[in-house]
Structures are given as C-alpha cells and as structure tokens.
Design a protein around this ligand. Sequence first.
Ligand code: APR
Ligand code: MG
Length: 280
Amino acid sequence: IQDGQRLFWTAKDVSATLPARDDGGHKGTFGTALLLASTRDMPGAALMAGLGAMRSGVGKLEIGTDPEVINGVVSALPESIYLREGLRKVGAGEVELERYRAIAAGPGVHPDDVTEKAVQALLASPCPLVLDAGALSMRSYPKRHAPIILTPHPLEFSRITGIVKEDLAENRVFHAVSFAKKWGVAIVLKGNHTIIAFPDGDVRINPTGNAALSKGGTGDTLAGMILGMLCCHDNWRHAVLNAVYLHGACADKWVETRSAHTMLAHEITSLLPEVWKSFE
Ligand code: APR
Ligand code: MG
C-alpha cells in the first residue's frame, strides 16, 4: 500500500459523518439492537458491550444472554431488556430477527456448536451483523445485502484465516483487504492502528487509541459501540469507522490526565459523551 497517510480516517471525516439526533425522533426512530453476549463465566462482556451500544445512539437494546448474567448487568445498565438463552433461541429459529436494526454476537461467548448455530441463523437474516470474539470461526459467508462486520484481534484473525501470526504482523493491510474481498465482509483488524477493510477493497486506518486499550474488555466495548452506531448512522461504513475512531479517541482523552496503565474498559463509555460532543 502506497501513501499510507491518505488511508487514515481523520477527525474531519468523523465530524462530517456523525449523524445529528433528529429532534422529531422517538426510540423507534433509532432502532432496536440485539446483543448476543456472555456466558456465565464471562459475565462482564455483556455489560461492557451493552454500555458501548447504549452510549452509541440506539433506541432500545435487547441483550440475549445466560440467565445467570442478567442480575449483574441490570445494576449497571438498567436501561436494557433481556432475551434469556439468546444464542440458543436464535439458533433454534425462535427469535424474529427482522425486527432488529442491527445485531452483534460474540463478546464473552465460546466458539462452540451453540454459537455457530446461532451465527448461521444470523447470517440467514436480513440484519446488519457484527461478529466478535466467540462468534468468529473459520467459515464461509453467504452473499447478502446487509453488511457483515468481523472484529478480530490478530490472534482471532489467524484462527479464522489460517494466516500465521508473523506473516500477519508484517502484512496487516494486505491480509485484511484480501479476506474482506474474498468473503464479502468488512474486517476490523484490531490493534495499534486498527485496519478497517471493506468488501469492495476500500480500506481505512484508524489513527486514534493507545496502549491504555491493551486491557481485557476493551474489544467488547468496541463491538457494542459499532452495534450502536449502526443504529444511528444511515451509512454503515461511517458507523464502523466512527465507532473505531471514537473508541480510540476516548483512550486518548484518558491519557491526557491519567496514566495509561489505569483505564478500565467500562470507563471508555463514561468518556464517550464528551469525546463524541467534541466532534459534533
Ligand atoms: N493501541 C491502540 N489500540 C489498542 C492497543 C494499542 N496498543 N491495544 C489494544 N488496542 C485496542 C484494539 O484495537 C481493540 O479495539 O483495544 C481493543 C482490544 O480488543 P480485544 O483484543 O478484542 O480485547 P478484549 O476486549 O479483551 O477481548 C475480550 O474476547 O477477543 C476475545 O480473546 C479475547 O477473551 C478476550 C475477549
Ligand atoms: Mg475481544
């Protein structure tokens, strides 16, 4: 890739593409999002992704999760509603998926048969999809109208593509673009300078973020933010780019006054309101 500078998604791009919140809107205007997250041994993922989504513009959020997870999430996120055993129900065809504006799956879940069955049902739906963490597996993707957005960190990218990690580390843009085109999906390849590759070969690099983000849970927050932004943006590419940008910008805000060692993933969403405002 020549002239990497031109690939950066910039502050100007963010300001030009963030949506206004329509004064005539009601919660239906901004859509209902479904988040399929957390098993009982990873209960916090649903909370962090849920906070990310609810702070990023959705009208309503439903969290499909293990019943044991719910009480812990409710105290910190009382605004959400719940779909008990969401993954199993989606996989069994018991959930009407058409009513969601967008769906995210994977934070805090295992890449097992229950998850794969649910993912196959999601892929057969007409909804924009975000697949993260446990919802990432080696598979092919159907041709579909609504976007599919994969959000792997490098190890997950290696797991789903078979590319060895040394090769990936040296050719991140090349591999992200190749697989985005081959599978017809968007790939958010995370890390310092996250790469966002689109199915038509277009690619952007995110300039924000720092090592304060190198801590468990920050990826869950990002998956939720992408989900929320998909609900309030008309253009899904802008939703993904702005979510990645603002997620990193929150970490940049943190290190202005606080040590990079100390940020917690759920604190990203406490910083988001002011950071987002600064681009409006
Ligand atoms: N500079 C900029 N951004 C960074 C840096 C850095 N040095 N380090 C990490 N980040 C960002 C990434 O770009 C990404 O947005 O922090 C986020 C980390 O996301 P994940 O790697 O998915 O981390 P995590 O939230 O802990 O994942 C939770 O899901 O993906 C699985 O195996 C993972 O079990 C873990 C769980
Ligand atoms: Mg993760």
